[in-house]
Design a protein around this ligand. Structure first.
Ligand code: NAD
Length: 436
């Protein structure tokens, strides 16, 4: 069992304190607010949250949970500190970090005075880079000690929902930790070993961004369901029935499918159907800001890839894949066709290989109606090695199986741009990922 300090007895800190003490750990709950401290130390919750009163009353009476105003002395009595103070919006929409910074100043005083290893865990929601660029230098400068040697530093984002927070603590979908040193990782893994879920151990910045991605995704889903629901009502159908049916598809709709960063979408259906849906909404004088932004977002993504290629400063481009996805010769609204067209219009020398289009090349009538820009036909080659030999930049455009080896066999002096996710690592040297 661990000895834990929890700084900030708000929604997150208090639930954390109640649940961890209920699990048998010894917890000191710390807050600057004397009224909160008084209520909690008498076993009464200052917030409305199902089961919290019961958990607090039990932990206070068996002394697993005590309350304090003094961070530094709590650090001396514990091994792990969870920072759960607020990180509200500042006037520009950024993060107000003054509560985090104040707490860190006091933690540093505590760290200065101890000789044992203590892990500082940021549980508050903070933007990527905050722990390493704000918290770490502050703690190191003010304590005179070093992360990874004298003390540990980690992030452990909270995913609870108010109203079901205790239930969520006991039944988490996953527990995410971000650590920079193995000792902190081992201590947190041990702390969470009894939780009935997967422990996902990441680097600190990835863990910070996971938290924001989850909330952005939740918000996007609500907005999506409401836009579909509004359109449904206007058409005279029940939006609840529509979305309930949409959610029954656990293969494509509620799944990892379509949730991998990479290149833009295209093909004969998604762009056309989004256009039609938005057109219908406009006809009905309805505004669907999320759905009407999706095609624009997709166009911007294609242009972003173009600027990424331009920045490499090379002119000979080898594009592997032209159809909108592997295993088809369908070029309708393929984003790779858009990219190839953009590159050629800006003076790049492009050669293209797509195994599914070889049959088109053997038609010697020169014009295939499936090719939206006939001049692209002249850029097609039947030989992948020929395209690779020609190119200074090789782009893996779709996940055709024969492209999977290109990353590992490409000569080092050539640039590789992976739009698919074949490369195992992130961008470095001449290897570039579109979103990694
Ligand atoms: N509320 C949620 O559902 C939720 C869920 C997940 C993550 N989060 C994140 O967790 C963090 C905390 O959220 P919250 O809703 O619990 O905030 P809150 O405002 O309810 O609680 C913060 C507490 O910290 C205390 N505090 C501030 N500075 C302090 C200091 N120097 N020393 C001791 N105590 C101090 C405050 O008095 C307050 O009681 C935020 O970053 C938030 O974004 C919140």
């Amino acid at each position: 069992m661990a000895d834990i300090s929890i700084i900030g007895l708000g929604y997150v800190g208090l639930v954390c304190a109640a649940c961890q003490s209920n699990d048998g750990h010894t917890v000191i709950g710390i807050d600057v607010d004397p009224q909160k401290r008084a209520l909690v130390s008498s076993g009464v919750s200052p917030i409305v949250e199902k089961d919290l009163d019961r958990y607090l009353a039990k932990s206070i009476s068996n002394k697993r949970l005590t309350v304090s105003a003094d961070i530094a002395s709590s650090i001396a009595k514990t091994n792990i500190t969870f920072v759960c103070v607020g990180t509200p919006s500042d006037s520009q929409g950024g993060l107000e970090l003054k509560y985090i910074e104040q707490a860190c100043l006091e933690i540093a005083q505590g760290l200065k005075a101890i000789s044992h290893f203590h892990v500082v865990v940021i549980r508050s929601t903070v933007l990527p880079g905050t722990v390493l660029n704000v918290v770490k230098p502050l703690l190191e400068k003010c304590s005179g000690k070093r992360v990874g040697i004298d003390f540990g530093l980690a992030t452990n984002p909270e995913f609870l929902r108010e109203g079901t927070a205790i239930h969520d603590y006991n039944h988490p979908p996953m527990t995410v930790i971000g650590t920079s040193d193995s000792q902190s990782e081992a201590i947190l893994s041990d702390l969470y070993s009894s939780l009935p879920c997967e422990l996902v151990s990441l680097d600190i910045e990835t863990a910070e961004l996971v938290k924001y991605s989850c909330n952005a995704w939740h918000a996007t889903k609500v907005a999506f369901a409401n836009e579909i629901g509004s359109l449904a009502k206007s058409i005279g159908v029940d939006g609840r029935k529509v979305m309930k049916t949409v959610c029954m598809d656990k293969v494509l709709n509620i799944s990892e499918y379509y949730m991998r960063p990479g290149f833009a979408f295209g093909g004969s259906c998604l762009p056309k159907d989004l256009r039609a849906l938005n057109h219908e909404a406009r006809k009905r004088h309805m505004q669907l800001p999320l759905l009407s932004a999706v095609l624009e977002s997709n166009r911007k993504h294609i242009y972003k890839v173009f600027t990424q290629i331009k920045a490499l400063g090379q002119t000979r481009i080898g594009l592997l894949g032209l159809s909108f996805k592997a295993g088809t010769d369908d070029l309708r609204e393929s984003p790779l066709v858009e990219l190839a067209s953009l590159l050629t219009s800006k003076g790049f020398d492009v050669q293209i290989y797509d195994p599914n289009l070889n049959e088109m090349l053997s038609n010697d009538n020169g014009v295939d109606p499936r090719i939206p820009y006939p001049y692209l036909l002249r850029l097609l080659s039947e030989d992948m090695d020929e395209v690779i030999d020609f190119a200074e930049v090789v782009i893996i455009g779709n996940n055709e199986a024969e492209f999977s080896e290109v990353e590992s066999t490409l000569p080092h002096h050539k640039h590789l741009l992976d739009l698919v996710g074949f490369m195992p690592g992130t961008s470095g040297d001449n290897k570039h990922g579109v979103c990694w």
